[in-house]
Design a protein around this ligand. Sequence first.
Ligand code: GUN
Ligand code: ZN
Length: 439
Amino acid sequence: MSVGIRGHLVHFPSDPSSGGSEAVQNFSDGVLIIESGRIAACGSYAALAERYQACDERYHYPDRFVLPGFVDTHTHFAQTDIIASPSPSLLHWLEHYTFPEEARFSDPNHGQVVAQFFIQELLRQGITTASVFATVHPESCEAIFQAANACAMRIIAGKVLMDQNAPDFLCDTAEGGIEAARALVERWHGRGRLRYSVTPRFIPTSSETQLRLAAALYHEIPDLHLQSHVAENEDEIAWVKRLYPKSRSYLQVYQDFGLLGPRATYAHCIWFDDDDRRLMAATQTAAAFCPTSNLFLGSGLFDLASARSHGLTVGLATDVGGGTSFSMLRTMQEAYKVAQLKGLTMTAEECFYLATLGGAKALGLDSMIGSFKPGKEADVIVINPEATALCSRRMQSTKTLSEQLFVTMMLGDERMIEQTHILGRPMQTIEPEGAAHAN
Ligand code: GUN
Ligand code: ZN
């Protein structure tokens, strides 16, 4: 099956912040040729017209940006229904909203309903890949994998491991939690486009035994991912210091248990020193930058410039429901503002890179997704930069692609996401040009 997508193609084959004219590729009338769900060619319509016209299905999006799907490097599907819950800070928010809400996922039906909504919401937002926390209940992880599998989305997920310092109704046991994780790995890891992520919630909620067993599982099975939280909030850090007084830093505790490494992604990474940043880079551990969550919970400002100068891999994340939006465009806006406060002025291209190939790199999936390089999986989104009256008006006074991308990012939200293609197939009902009305 071949699919042709025609529109204003823009993608970011390398990090624009490290320069290079090849960091942004742009065809104002461009075409993607997709064979069996993978990019077969990416170029101008003039060069690919014949191949486009020969495609089984053709989708023409005049005056629309066509980009790689967004990658959300850290989110919690089970927190969908507590998004926007006011709280002075992280630990209060976990106790008063998060833990009671996550308890509801002991009911598999509830998990299925929320998982289906969550996956549909990702598609509405143009998010085609996400790294997702379920809850402690294996059924919740089952639910998110099932919902993602039904539309062939590339989702990484894991059952939360937590066996201490949390309400009893949310605790597993060190051995029981790992056994449940192992059963999910066997059932889902590598099935279709799904991957399993070992998911210790954070240091305070796992015993030493559980942390050791989690590391053993992560190292035992090829291509397994790992996700957790680190250095988000000052009270949380003080708590970890009390638990591990001899450790040099919060991050060091993870390292001492063997929990850093390739395909491991840690959310927040706000209260790091340079030794922590060097440790992240040396172990090839990635950071998930969660600006809306960090602002909302008053956690702090991630230092992107410093992360970059130490060679950290960074992706962007919504961190729903500590984060206040499912929208990657809104998340990019807030990332831009946080960077401003830390003395770094980002370009739109840098932000779009973080939300696409940068995120794919952070999750260790950049050989498969994140750009339009031939051979990659064809997750593609269609953005209408004139979706609102204001955007349409503002767009009239832009002169360059950079300006247009900046306005799209700064004023954008899900209203701009007109279509999401997974492996070439459109997820919202739409008629292909096809043979019926070829042009
Ligand atoms: N730290 C431990 N658990 C969580 C969580 O669910 N959300 C956030 N933002 N931080 C955490
Ligand atoms: Zn989180």
